[in-house]
Design a protein around this ligand. Structure first.
Ligand code: FES
Length: 169
């Protein structure tokens, strides 16, 4: 217990007790922290990017997106004969299983753009705004709509989702 300072020569002769193994461990922990931060960021950002970018397989083709923002499985049509969602170019779309055939149409009325609904009892699309009527093929048969509903080709994608493709007139 002496408070007498050591002379410089004594200090130099003392062994250095620096832990040389601490540096590699610190480097490894910094690397590990970087990996954890990067994986966390990807886990957070990837679903946001996937949600915000519509799934397009090629021009004019898309996957029907449900109200939950996810692609609608094709098997949904086994239990629900009418499926509504967002299709090609963000168009509100109705997919209808009718008479053993799956058909898809834009739900946007060709008169002033209200959304039509499928009436299963009458097998026709009805527009609630001005009484426009379209038959099961989307053809305007009554009321003010000037032309048929836009129709889409429907298919099951490789991922088992409802795929849509524009039908060129
Ligand atoms: S908007 Fe559909 S009939 Fe007028």
């Amino acid at each position: 217990m002496s408070d007498v300072p050591l002379d410089p020569e004594q200090r130099q002769s003392e062994p250095q007790h620096r832990d040389t193994s601490a540096q590699p461990r610190r480097n490894f922990l910094e690397w590990l922290l970087g990996v954890v931060v990067a994986v966390s960021a990807l886990t957070f950002v990837a679903p946001m990017v996937a949600y915000l970018s519509p799934r397009r397989t090629r021009k004019g083709t898309n996957v029907l997106m449900g109200s939950d923002g996810r692609p609608v499985p094709y098997k949904e049509l086994n239990t629900n004969p009418v499926v509504a969602g967002v299709g090609v170019n963000g168009e509100p779309t109705l997919v209808v299983k009718y008479s053993g055939e799956v058909r898809a149409f834009s739900a946007v009325c060709t008169h002033l753009g209200c959304l039509v609904k499928w009436n299963a009892a009458k097998s026709e699309f009805l527009c609630p705004c001005h009484g426009g009527v379209f038959d099961a093929n989307g053809v305007n048969v009554s009321g003010p709509p000037p032309k048929p509903l836009k129709r889409y080709k429907v298919f099951a994608t490789a991922e088992g989702e409802i795929g849509l493709e524009e039908v060129r007139a």
